[in-house]
Ligand binder design. Structure first.
Ligand SMILES: Cc1cc2nc3c(=O)[nH]c(=O)nc-3n(C[C@H](O)[C@H](O)[C@H](O)COP(=O)(O)O)c2cc1C
Length: 453
């Protein structure tokens, strides 16, 4: 296994040589023009191929409404030039929040979400003119096993996992969420989608990634005597029925999904894995699921992999782990190329379905050249930045004006944004937005260290 190393590539040749040395094919091209092409999602247009990936800031008020910091984040993204802003995980029920400050959309605060949408669009108009349209998608979630709505873990699980139950010392008789509760939860997604439509979002995402509840259901092979467990049809039922209900009952909004196609956790506890070797993906079920989603009218898909609590380097290759986290055994570039290849395979199988690719932030200033080559090769339709957008929200403006990103403004994949999140603070980029988040990092880290002592 190639040794983990931090990013140290001063030229793109150095980066490409490293890829070569690791035996990896890293697409790369000089011209970044393809990234500035318009793309259609259903009947709507995205002005370019840049996406801000969903990134939780954990700065809502106690009832889940966006606050000043939430407004600041999305206004910065909107005036930064990405054509599609994929808003962060927003809970559909109070008990499904992963944090006391995770956004939660409900009838009491829908007007604040409407204001967030209006101000986000206004920020884009002010920057780019009145005819400019930014596309806004809201990610709807239930945090499932990672629910922590009152500040301490209150896992809501769909199956017992020999891999994950020990994280929270769950006993073998810990109850599973029942089928009737899952039936009811579908209605909560529909209600949340209705509120999102009223607030002015273009689309909603029924989040099915990173092993939160809907993603965990996809891997509920061992869930017995349940219409949501066992067979492929049962495991995918929640996602398919919920997206279908939103489509039928909520006019004026499209419904999409951010889908984990490979959990990288051992079978029968992980989705999309080879049965005897979880280090390898088996995309056959993901392909069947995407085919059904496309047939039922899903206009776009956002692909991700891994479990941020179990194997965080799989979904977000990094230089440094969080405190107490392990340095991965693989080189981060292996992780980046895995993400590019898996997404590429799926996009090539479904050329008419716009797919958003992820995992570009580790590439820093070379992201656009790799992204453009990926587009040229037909291995994604849009390219997303997650941590990169926290660090450098206006990178697309710099790319439009100068043709390149400033290496002094890029994300350095230090995991400090994840650290704040795990420590229970409000998160953002500690390095490039340090007035706010440097201070927050120090405050919550100090508290945690004091508690450990
Ligand atoms: C602080 C933080 C918050 C995140 N929040 C979300 C989220 O709300 N929804 C989601 O699907 N992914 C979330 N992610 C994952 C990112 O969207 C993205 O998939 C990941 O960081 C890899 O992309 P990148 O290399 O561009 O950062 C989060 C990641 C981090 C570090």
């Amino acid at each position: 296994m190639p040794k983990h190393q931090r990013f140290k590539y001063k030229t793109h040749d150095e980066l490409l040589n490293k890829a070569n040395e690791l035996g990896l094919e890293l697409p790369f091209q000089e011209s970044i023009d393809p990234l500035f092409e318009e793309v259609a999602i259903g009947t709507k247009k995205v002005v370019n191929r840049f996406v801000v990936q969903p990134m939780e800031g954990f700065d809502s008020d106690s009832n889940g409404a966006p606050t000043e910091l939430t407004f600041r984040r999305y206004k910065r993204f909107a005036s930064g030039g990405s054509g599609l802003l994929w808003f962060e995980a927003t809970s559909v029920v109070p008990e499904g929040r992963s944090n006391r400050r995770q956004l939660y959309i409900n009838s009491q605060n829908a007007d604040v979400f409407a204001r967030l949408v209006a101000e986000t669009r206004r920020a884009a108009f002010q920057q780019f003119g009145a005819s400019y349209e930014v596309m806004l998608v809201l990610q709807l979630t239930h945090s499932g096993r990672y629910s922590k709505s009152a500040g301490k873990p209150t896992p809501i699980i769909t199956h017992h996992s020999a891999v994950l139950d020990s994280l929270y010392n769950l006993p073998s008789d810990y109850p599973l969420i029942g089928d009737d509760e899952l039936d009811k939860l579908q209605e909560s997604y529909v209600n949340a989608a209705r509120l999102a439509a009223k607030a002015g979002f273009d689309g909603v995402d029924v989040k099915a990634c990173h092993c939160y509840l809907v993603s965990e259901l996809l891997a509920s092979f061992t869930r017995e005597n349940s219409k949501y467990g066992g067979s492929f049809e049962n495991r995918t039922r929640f996602l398919l029925e919920t997206t279908q209900k939103i489509r039928e009952q909520v006019p004026g909004i499209f419904v999409t999904s951010r889908l984990n196609v490979y959990d990288a956790m051992p079978y029968p506890f992980g989705f999309g894995v080879e049965k005897n070797d979880a280090t390898k993906e088996d995309l056959s079920e993901s392909i069947s699921l995407i085919r059904v989603l496309q047939d039922t009218g899903l206009p776009a898909l956002n692909i991700s992999i891994g479990n941020p609590y179990y194997n965080p380097h799989i979904g977000r290759p990094y230089d440094l782990p969080i405190a107490g986290g392990q340095t991965p055994s693989e080189h981060p570039l292996c992780g980046v190329v895995r993400l590019l290849n898996i997404t590429g395979k799926l996009q090539q199988m479904f050329p008419d379905l716009p797919i958003v690719g992820t995992g570009y932030s580790w590439l820093r200033q070379y992201f656009p050249n790799v992204g453009a080559a990926i587009i040229t090769a037909g291995k994604a339709t849009l390219v997303g930045q997650g941590r990169g957008a926290f660090a450098y929200p206006d990178s697309v403006i710099d790319l439009a004006n100068n043709g390149k990103m400033d290496p002094h403004k890029v994300c350095i994949t230090c995991s400090a944004c994840t650290q704040i999140m795990r420590d229970g603070g409000k998160t953002g980029c500690v390095i490039r937005d340090k007035e706010i988040y440097g201070r927050e990092y120090r405050k919550v880290r100090t508290n945690v260290l004091r508690m450990i002592k």
